[in-house]
Design a protein around this ligand. Structure first.
Ligand code: AMP
Length: 290
């Protein structure tokens, strides 16, 4: 059953639309996105639909999280198809503001989370997480959701937003949803639309590298150095791919791990032509393991 979502272009109209729901004690769920929705986004919408009375998704390509030489202008935008996806997932409201609506007052304020934003993607994308945290904090203030849904696909983003919410006492529960993949293992991403057929094929090397890392751990390897070597080798077999980072990290502090004990985040970012892909897997070793 589809339900036609209401597309809301202004922040004031969004607040107004939610007033009666809030007064009635409805549980409000928010799924922030940049649009070009695919099955990964749909999984978040479906989870929100199953847990909330009212589902709001935002579709906004946030300029403040893109660096000057990044893909803001070529980022895929297809609002009509997105509205159809939201109807299929029975979303109630789509907040689709303009840049003027979001930042039109020349906003001087940015949210900066220290330390964990400087690692992994933060090393290569200075200012990126400031943009993410600022726009998500704004969305939280506008929608005031009880629950907010994010994908494990952006592993560092969920760690950073978790810290922001905890450190700033924002009254929202963050729900992290599993990564949805193509049948061949490629993590779904709006940016996959910008890959040529050859790049799309080459992009598989990242999920395969992470799988090789997981396999090595499952086979008893616990020292990160050789695990990383196996993963790097797998990516570098693909001549067109370059590595931004690829490693074994603590899942909360994002520090490099020398040894895999308990949980470890295997994560990487690669570049194929002008497209940057990220992916990750969680390895979990039970403490009883000999
Ligand atoms: P984006 O539109 O790329 O900003 O993504 C919006 C939300 O969807 C973020 O929380 C992402 O982590 C999540 N997401 C993107 N791709 C996937 C995927 N393949 N599986 C699960 N969640 C995803």
């Amino acid at each position: 059953m589809t339900r036609q979502p209401q597309v809301i272009p202004t922040l004031a109209a969004m607040r107004k639309a939610l007033l009666p729901h809030r007064a009635a004690g409805a549980v409000i769920g928010l799924v922030p996105t940049m649009g070009a929705l695919h099955a990964g986004h749909a999984s978040l919408l479906r989870r929100a639909r199953s847990e909330c009375d009212v589902v709001v998704t935002s579709i906004y390509v946030n300029p403040t999280q893109f660096g000057p030489n990044e893909d803001f202008s070529s980022y895929p935008r297809r609002i009509e198809a997105d509205i159809k996806t939201c109807a299929d997932e029975r979303v109630d409201y789509i907040l689709a503001p303009s840049d003027k609506e979001m930042y039109g007052n020349g906003s001087l304020t940015r949210i900066y989370v220290d330390n964990i934003t400087q690692k992994l993607c933060g090393m290569m994308r200075p200012g990126h997480f400031e943009g993410v945290c600022t726009v998500v904090a704004k969305l939280f203030n506008i929608v005031q959701p009880d629950l907010a849904y994010f994908g494990q696909k952006d592993a560092q983003q969920v760690v950073v937003l978790g810290r922001m919410v905890a450190d700033l006492n924002i009254p929202v529960q963050i729900v992290v949803c599993p990564i949805v993949r193509e049948p061949d293992g490629l993590a779904m991403s709006s940016r996959n639309a910008n890959l040529s057929p050859a790049e799309r094929q080459d992009g598989l090397c990242l999920s395969q590298a992470l799988q090789a890392g997981l396999d090595a751990i499952a086979g008893g390897m616990t020292t990160s150095e050789p695990i990383i070597a196996i993963m790097r080798q797998k990516v570098l077999e693909t001549e067109t791919a370059t590595i931004d980072y690829l490693g074994v990290y603590h899942p909360e502090t994002l520090e490099n791990l020398a040894q895999v004990e308990g949980m470890a985040l295997l994560a990487g970012a690669i570049r194929l032509g002008s497209t940057r892909l990220i992916d990750n897997r969680i390895a979990e070793l039970s403490p009883q393991r000999p």
